[in-house]
Design a protein around this ligand. Structure first.
Ligand code: SLC
Ligand code: ZN
Length: 598
């Protein structure tokens, strides 16, 4: 009896997976049409397709639930049924699902269309987030210009979306309950299939926080020296607008005037990229070359035909935020990004190409398994490649860096630049979803949305707003992922596990061995190593067919996430920062902010 039930369940799964593949292809195409050209027609079309597919999924879900899949012997078949048993937002009655979809597309379009006026030319009011606002934060050293731009962007893209966000929270929580979760926070966390995930995330932060406090103290000192004591205090949080990024999520924008050894050659290759006439296409071809050097896949023809790699100049509104797309037909994979020729975008290209490589490697899995082992894995693949690409050794190899000294001071400069990206990002990523967990759980009410956000920004990240804030503001929505309903703990996890992956791949490539000072982790480049590539491929091919510890073990031999990779990578910088902050008597950590934001 049970064997017969399992046999019919297996047959049902095969046919359901084929049907779901077609549905997801249709939904991806409608989403792509909207994100790449925000018009009323494309918005209406996306809503119509979404609601049609929701009804179709609801019907199939009822049939799925008629199977006694909990008793199945075949673990793989059980895993597929379990994943299909989570219907998602399609569980909502059609009118509530429509309100949820509308709230999200309203926030996305507000974010994409938001424009502010140029500080230097108040008649020029067409600055969007990319490239206008982003360029100001990566180049300006004028505190007033940075403050103006910060305040204008947070008004245009943040405050405007507060009511839509409240509607989104209410509808989304309704969907969570219909899927058997208490709230969306439990739903998002369930994606990690780890019952003590929140504790693990907190432990990771405990491990890396001392390292963050050291780089925070060092940067605060140099910003104080540059902007003065009345703008940057000696012991308080750092004002968010001075950190070289509109969200203060990475601080590479201040590297050029805060680096430890200013007289050493620059490790930022933006100038070289421009001087050597690099184009967006060249970025993608170089990234593809790196993946092929690892015996991984090149890009299919459709990728080059259908991707959007530069901001269209036909005046259309579009979502510029970089993204990689799987159209679930095994052939159509695309990237959409508004590339500019900068070091940052050189890395973003590898990040997005990492997503495409994952799609390519698991494209023969059942539809239900075409996802990362957990969402953090998907964000880590491209970054692992970037860790090799951004070594001076690799940059010299490809002619982007002159042959300069390979001494300790240059190494500290290089590690500092990486730290402004990788160490600094951890508290930001951690707090963004700590915040949203509180919102979904109701411990943060709409009346405290902004106040609780800044309490976390101060307590975890040690930064403060450039001016007083109130509940008329809604600063979280000024960040793309909050306006676009993209979960963010995936990036926090990625920035931890990518160093575990890097360490294992470097060992396989013969580029690193523990304790061997001639093969240090931060100088490892796995380029042209099929041994490393094959190990990475074996993990990527799994998709989400196995619980993520199995995938982690396949590549690293470990079954757990831990911060030992990131701590080992940055150890020389950590030692240097502690000595330097000791030498200058810099206060470590931060006292409460004096800025009014609650
Ligand atoms: C590049 C992407 C697309 Se998945 C991105 O959103 N990232 C990559 C780094 C962190 C996060 C961000 O920009 O906030
Ligand atoms: Zn990504």
């Amino acid at each position: 009896e049970r064997a017969a039930e399992e046999a019919s369940g297996r047959e049902y799964m095969r046919s359901l997976d084929e049907i779901m593949g077609k549905a997801k292809n249709r939904l991806s195409l409608a989403s792509w049409a909207y994100d790449s050209n925000i018009t009323q027609y494309n918005e209406d079309k996306l809503l119509q397709v979404s609601l049609e597919i929701a009804e179709e999924e609801k019907e199939y879900w009822k049939e799925t639930m008629t199977y006694a899949w909990h008793e199945f012997y075949d673990d793989d078949l059980k895993r597929m049924f379990k994943k299909y048993s989570v219907l998602g937002t399609s569980a909502l009655p059609e009118d509530l699902n429509q309100r949820l979809i509308q709230a999200i597309s309203n926030m996305k379009s507000t974010y994409a269309k938001a424009t502010i006026c140029d500080f230097k030319d108040q008649s020029k009011c067409d600055l969007t987030i990319e490239p206008g606002v982003t360029d100001v934060f990566s180049s300006s050293e004028n505190a007033e210009e940075l403050k103006h731009t910060w305040l204008e962007w947070h008004k245009a893209a943040g405050a405007t979306s507060k009511s839509n966000f409240t509607e989104y929270v209410n509808m989304y929580n309704e969907a969570a309950k219909l899927n058997g979760f208490d709230n969306v926070a439990q739903w998002w966390l369930s994606e990690y299939e780890t019952d003590d995930i929140e504790e693990q995330l907190a432990n990771l932060w405990t491990q890396v926080k001392p390292l963050y406090q050291q780089i925070h103290a060092y940067v605060r000192r140099h910003l104080r020296l540059k902007y003065g004591n009345d703008v940057v205090s000696a012991k308080g949080p750092i004002p968010a607008h001075l950190l070289g990024n509109i969200w203060a999520q990475t601080w590479g924008g201040v590297e050029k005037f805060t680096k430890p050894f200013p007289n050493k050659p620059d490790v930022d290759v933006t100038d070289a990229l421009v001087k050597q006439n690099y184009t967006p296409l060249k970025f993608f071809e170089m990234s593809e070359d790196f993946f092929k050097s690892l015996n991984l896949s090149g890009m299919p023809e459709l990728f080059w035909e259908r991707s959007i790699i530069e901001k269209p100049e036909d005046g259309r509104d579009l979502v510029c935020h970089a993204s990689a797309w799987d159209f679930f037909d095994g052939e159509d994979f695309r990237i959409k990004q508004c590339t500019t020729i900068t070091n940052a975008f050189f890395k973003t290209t590898h990040h997005e190409m990492g997503h495409i490589q994952y799609y390519l490697q698991y494209k023969d899995q059942p539809i239900i398994y075409r996802a990362g082992a957990n969402p953090g894995f998907h964000e880590a693949v491209g970054d692992v490649i970037s860790l090799s690409v951004s070594t001076p050794k690799h940059l010299k190899l490809v002619g982007l860096l002159e042959d300069g000294p390979d001494d300790n001071e240059s190494n500290i400069n290089q590690l500092y630049k990486m730290g402004l990206d990788k160490i600094v990002f951890l508290p930001f990523a951690y707090l963004l979803d700590l915040y949203r967990y509180g919102v979904f759980r109701g411990t943060t009410s709409p009346q405290e949305y902004n106040c609780h956000f800044w309490q976390l920004r101060e307590s975890i990240q040690g930064i403060e707003p450039p001016a007083p804030r109130s509940e008329n503001d809604f600063d979280p929505a000024a960040k793309y992922h909050v306006s676009a309903d993209v979960e963010y703990m995936r990036y926090y996890i990625s920035y931890i596990i990518q160093f575990q992956f890097h360490r294992s791949l470097c060992q396989l490539a013969g580029q690193y061995s523990p304790g061997d000072s001639s093969k240090l982790l931060f100088n490892c480049d796995i380029y042209k190593s099929p041994a490393a590539g094959n190990a990475l491929k074996n993990m990527l091919k799994l998709g989400s067919s196995r619980p993520w510890p199995d995938a982690m073990e396949a590549l690293t031999g470990q079954r757990n996430m831990d911060a030992s990779g990131v701590m080992e990578y940055f150890q020389p910088l950590y030692d240097w920062l502690k000595a330097e902050n000791e030498r200058t008597g810099e206060h470590i950590g931060w006292e409460p902010s004096t800025v009014q934001y609650c």
